[in-house]
Design a binder for this molecule. Structure first.
Ligand SMILES: [Zn+2]
Length: 194
């Protein structure tokens, strides 16, 4: 009986030791995973920064770069091309999102992350939401951008204002006629929702 008890005790002890070891191992593994994740995040952010510097030096546009990443791999790269493409919407994030969607043949990037050299402007932030990206990493802040005359901060403030108080005037016109498309959409049986 004593032997059985001792045996039982030692079994239990060894189980406890095993659990402790497993716990420590899991903690170590999760620490390692976190470390690798952190290193990967830095690697992708450095690529976005590299693009921002490279394209700016080439004179192709403003000092901004971005990459879209899926399953630890870069899906697309974007750099600011506003002045070279004569496209005010060609911000690095938008360029990267468009390229990722083209490549993955989808209009939703919900299993992708975006790394951008600067906090996104309101236009890019909206595109990020429309594309439903999973997570966004950014380098410079919008205040940093405002300091070199990319005043996204101004647009952020405008968005929060009532329509009548914004700098660019907006006037509503022909709502009844415009509603026709919405009413038809509501009834449309084969619409693709997004
Ligand atoms: Zn932007």
């Amino acid at each position: 009986m004593l032997a059985i008890r001792q045996n039982f005790k030692s079994k239990n002890e060894s189980k406890n030791t095993k659990t402790l070891m497993n716990g420590a191992l899991q903690e170590e593994t999760s620490e390692k995973t976190q470390l690798i994740k952190g290193q990967m995040n830095q690697k992708f952010m450095r690529e976005a920064i590299r693009l921002s510097v490279k394209m700016m030096r080439c004179g192709q546009g403003g000092p901004f770069g971005a990459v879209v990443v899926r399953n630890g791999k870069i899906v697309s790269r974007g750099r600011n091309q506003v002045t070279s493409a004569n496209d005010p919407t060609a911000h690095a994030e938008i360029v990267a999102i468009r390229a990722a969607c083209q490549r993955l043949k989808t209009f939703q990037l919900d299993d992708c992350d975006l790394y951008t050299s600067c906090e996104p402007c309101p236009m890019c932030l909206s595109a990020i939401y429309w594309a439903r990206l999973r997570k966004v990493f950014y380098g410079n802040t919008r205040e940093d951008a405002a300091r070199i005359n990319f005043d996204d901060d101004f647009i952020y403030r405008e968005v929060g204002l009532p329509i009548g108080k914004r700098k660019i005037r907006m006037k509503q016109l022909l709502r009844k006629e415009a509603l026709v498309a919405f009413q038809e959409w509501e009834r449309k049986p084969d619409k693709i929702l997004y």
